[in-house]
Design a protein around this ligand. Structure first.
Ligand SMILES: O=C(CO)COP(=O)(O)O
Length: 268
């Protein structure tokens, strides 16, 4: 298929310098498939980007969790795409649901950010996903298509974009999705790209999954173990879905099981 498996670790707003050093040493010692098979990108908070970049194994890369929508300047508290590029940070996560929902980032604003970050030479993990209310109203595809369109309208090339489908109802809520539900939306997103960008972009763009997903038959086991989201236990079934090209992992990316999640690339 030619889409290299992609595993991102979104550390969100977590970590002390000591914890960060521990996570990096677990990553550095992990036995994982070669970078020909899997692309691994971890995303620490801004303050730790330098520390992680300088101590992380060379086959793993780093991403920022956000950047400003245009050229830097008088924007107190923001970090610009140019700064990330100057510091050698190759990736940025944009449009995460926590920013869309808590900080009111609109589809258009996220689309503008993606276009600007790409124009500066960054690669982008662009997140889309519906809320529980939207899913229950049957508007999942309308919502993710509108989010994706706001990006597609503003960019000419998708070669430096990884699309992350993260159903909001499956992030830290205890609600569960099956691998088949994840596959269904990934398939629809690829179909949308086919119809609205190009067949080549649809075939080549990696669509990765982030959010709780467990096999129904394992529900009890997972609940008993308090597992949620993408983790070492459910990643294999997810990775086996034809349109799931990897993961964007939250909580589990801070733990040694992140190595198991990376290894699920072997199943592709
Ligand atoms: O938001 C996520 C990754 O970006 C998913 O987070 P969790 O894996 O902690 O649910």
């Amino acid at each position: 298929m030619g889409r290299k498996f992609f595993v991102g670790g979104n550390w969100k707003c977590n970590g002390t310098p000591e914890e960060v050093k521990k996570i990096v040493s677990v990553l550095n010692e992990g036995q994982v498939p070669s970078s020909d098979v899997v692309e691994v990108v971890v995303s620490p908070p801004f303050l730790f980007l330098g520390l992680v970049k300088s101590s992380l194994r060379p086959d793993f890369h780093v991403a920022a969790q956000n950047c400003w929508v245009k050229k830097g300047g008088a924007f107190t508290g923001e970090i610009s795409a140019e700064m990330l590029v100057n510091l050698g940070i190759p990736w940025v996560i944009l449009g995460h649901s926590e920013r869309r929902l808590i900080l009111n980032e609109s589809n258009e604003f996220v689309g503008d950010k993606v276009a600007y970050a790409l124009s500066q030479g960054l690669k982008v993990i662009a997140c889309v996903g519906e809320t529980l209310e939207q899913r229950e109203a049957g508007s999942t595809m309308d919502v993710v298509a509108a989010q994706t369109k706001a990006i597609a309208d503003r960019v000419s090339s998708w070669s430096n974009i990884v699309l992350a489908y993260e159903p909001v109802w499956a992030i830290g809520t205890g609600k569960v999705a099956t691998p088949a539900q994840a596959q269904e939306v990934h398939f629809e997103l690829r179909k949308w790209l086919f119809a609205n960008t190009s067949p080549e972009i649809a075939a080549a763009t990696r669509i990765i999954y982030g959010g709780i997903s467990i096999n129904v038959s394992h529900v009890l086991v997972h609940l008993l173990l308090s597992f949620g989201s993408v983790n070492g236990a459910n990643c294999k079934e997810l990775a086996a879905q034809p349109d799931v090209d990897g993961f964007l992992v939250g909580g589990a990316s801070l733990k040694p099981e992140f190595i198991d999640i990376i290894k699920s690339a072997e199943l592709k």
